[in-house]
Design a protein around this ligand. Structure first.
Ligand code: ADP
Ligand code: MG
Length: 561
């Protein structure tokens, strides 16, 4: 071995460790779920890399996780024969938190232990949960493909620093040894207890988790047995899977320890064969609005994990909240990211899966409107990206959209375009909307005065994505969408002949005034018009038909454009 080096943790990690040690004492057992989840990820990564380079498996291709303990020494270990890490990777993955979500993680902590414990897996800080029960953690790891002498030992007592040394490790993969705190030993150095934790949290990890078989003397012996189901749940018949199992599997694939809102499990047979199990989560993950996602649909080929669809090849970006697996029988096992690009099989699985998800949402909207409202509140803004991204399904997505409107003047987005059309009075042929940077600004806009007086409903749009949405969704069921803040307000036949006549008269008498205002404002405006939009305000600014919304212009100006 070489000399030992001592390195400091990032400040954020110290904060995190403090939290683990002092705030999660009623949910201690989750550390095992997190370490097993990491071990399983490491095996998935090795399987993927080995597709291109089979020598990485080096005669040991039965990937698994072994959980073991030593009551005498007070240690508990979790070992996998997955990808392992080299020295640089240990420093990057265990010594620093490069992920952008850490700050938000701290902000989201509620002080409610069970809620906070649920956040850990989602935010990618699971490794540190080891310190909930251990006062010292040793990690031995050797990257697949490297020689025995390139093993790395990392060790820390969780207070500010860690040590690193190069060691000889005969086996590939990672072993994590927890030196349990005195007071945790009686609880966790117990085969029955460990088995029940694994069954509770990790039963559906599709990889064998092994423990030593108890011998006749009631002591752990030398043979190992699989203690989780370790089967590909999605390959079983629907009728044999209970709701509880579906929910447990959801937690495994989503890293969300809450409940899913709904799921769809389908086997497609015929020219193309694949199985999909797709979930709509109950809560949005922290990184839903970040450019790079760490989770997505998991792609399997004949039960072999290939990769997470973080680049939206299998499901489009606007459906990035969906979790689950798609298992194909048609793709080659040595599929790579490049092969997936423009692949016919992927394209067909993609369009089939999009239809499943939209169908699932439509069912929910019709049959369980309250649940759908929950969905909308969490993920509606992502779905609003749909019409711009998925032209083929524009109409179906549009049916799923919900908005705030002047009908209730309430901020809750619960009005569908179908509701709106159903309330349109005789003669109205457009769907009117207004965009603004806040709901209050939209609701109080003077541009709405006339329409309010006439009792015409207007959609109040104030999400950032709404400008994008309205530029891609120009009509719904034959009715065009029209901004009341842009161009001339054409009310079509909602206006009576009389109203039109009196407008024309007013316009005539005001010609001189309009001219004077136009001269005074000069180039700063494109036109000055007599408006019939207003009933109590004297004047308002209106955008040209093709202009960007005012708040968008302001945003761009602030950004230096
Ligand atoms: P996450 O799993 O969400 O990335 P963790 O804190 O659980 O966050 O783990 C941090 C990182 O440490 C992992 O992304 C991985 O790179 C590395 N890691 C942890 N455990 C293992 C392991 N058993 N084998 C290989 N790498 C691991
Ligand atoms: Mg993890």
């Amino acid at each position: 071995t070489t000399h030992k080096e001592t390195l400091q943790f990032q400040t954020e990690i110290n904060q995190l460790l403090h939290l683990m040690i002092h705030s999660l004492y009623s949910n201690k057992e989750i550390f095992l779920r997190e370490l097993i989840s990491n071990a399983s990820d490491a095996c998935d990564k090795l399987r993927f890399e080995a597709l291109a380079d089979p020598s990485l498996m080096a005669g040991d291709s039965e990937l698994n996780v072994k959980v073991d303990f030593d009551a005498e020494n007070g240690t508990l270990s979790i070992r996998d024969n997955g990808i392992g890490m080299n020295r640089d990777e240990v420093i990057a993955n265990i010594g620093t938190i490069a992920k952008s979500g850490t700050k938000e993680f701290f902000e989201r902590l509620s002080g409610d232990q069970s809620k906070d414990a649920k956040l850990i897996g989602q935010f990618g800080v699971g490794f540190y949960s080891a310190f909930i029960v251990a006062d010292r953690v040793t990690l031995n790891t050797r990257r697949a493909g490297m020689e025995a002498e390139h093993g790395v030992r990392w060790e820390s007592d969780g207070t500010g620093a860690y040590t690193l040394e190069t060691v000889d490790l005969p086996e590939r993969g990672t072993e994590i040894v927890l030196h349990l705190r005195e007071e945790e030993r009686s609880d966790f150095l117990n085969a029955w207890r460990l088995r029940s934790i694994i069954n509770k949290y990790s039963d559906h990890v599709p990889l064998p988790i092994l423990m030593r078989k108890t011998g006749d003397d009631q002591q752990p012996g030398d043979t190992w047995e699989t203690i989780n189901k370790a089967s590909a749940l999605w390959q079983r018949a629907k009728s044999e899977i209970s709701d509880a199992e579906y929910k447990e599997f959801y937690q495994y694939v989503s890293h969300d320890y809450g409940e899913p809102l709904a799921w769809a499990h389908n086997r497609v047979e015929g020219r193309l064969e694949y199985t999909s199990l797709l979930y709509i989560p109950g809560k949005a993950p922290f990184d839903l609005w970040e450019p790079n996602q760490t989770h997505g649909i998991k792609l399997y080929v004949q039960r072999v994990f290939i990769m997470d669809d973080t680049e939206h090849q299998i499901l489009p970006r606007y459906l990035r909240f969906v979790r689950g697996v798609i298992d194909s029988s048609d793709l080659p096992l040595n599929v790579s990211r490049e092969i997936l690009q423009g692949n016919r099989v992927i394209d067909q699985m993609r369009s089939g899966s999009v239809k499943r998800v939209l169908g699932l949402l439509e069912d929910m909207a019709v049959n369980e409107p309250e649940k759908y409202q929950n969905f909308w509140n969490e993920f509606g803004r992502a779905l609003k990206e749909g019409p711009g991204e998925d032209f083929a399904n524009r109409e179906q997505i549009a049916r799923l959209l919900r908005f705030a409107s002047t009908h209730s003047d309430n901020e809750t987005q619960n009005v569908s375009l179908t509701d709106y059309i159903g309330r349109m009075p005789e003669g109205q042929d457009k769907i009117y909307y207004i965009t603004a940077d806040t709901f209050i600004a939209a609701k109080n806009s003077p541009q709405l005065e006339l329409l309010r007086k006439k009792g015409i409903e207007v959609l109040l749009l104030s999400d950032r994505v709404d400008e994008w949405l309205t530029s891609h969704l120009q009509e719904f069921e034959g009715k065009s969408l029209a901004s009341v803040a842009k161009g001339t307000l054409d009310l079509g036949s909602i206006e009576t002949e009389e109203e039109r006549k009196s407008q024309e008269e007013i316009e005539k008498t005001a010609e001189g005034l309009v001219e004077r205002i136009k001269n005074a404002l000069g180039d700063r405006v494109e036109a000055v018009r007599v408006s019939h939009r207003l009933t109590s305000s004297p004047a308002c600014i209106v955008l040209g038909e093709r202009d960007m919304a005012l708040y968008m212009q302001q945003l761009l100006k602030q950004a230096g454009h």
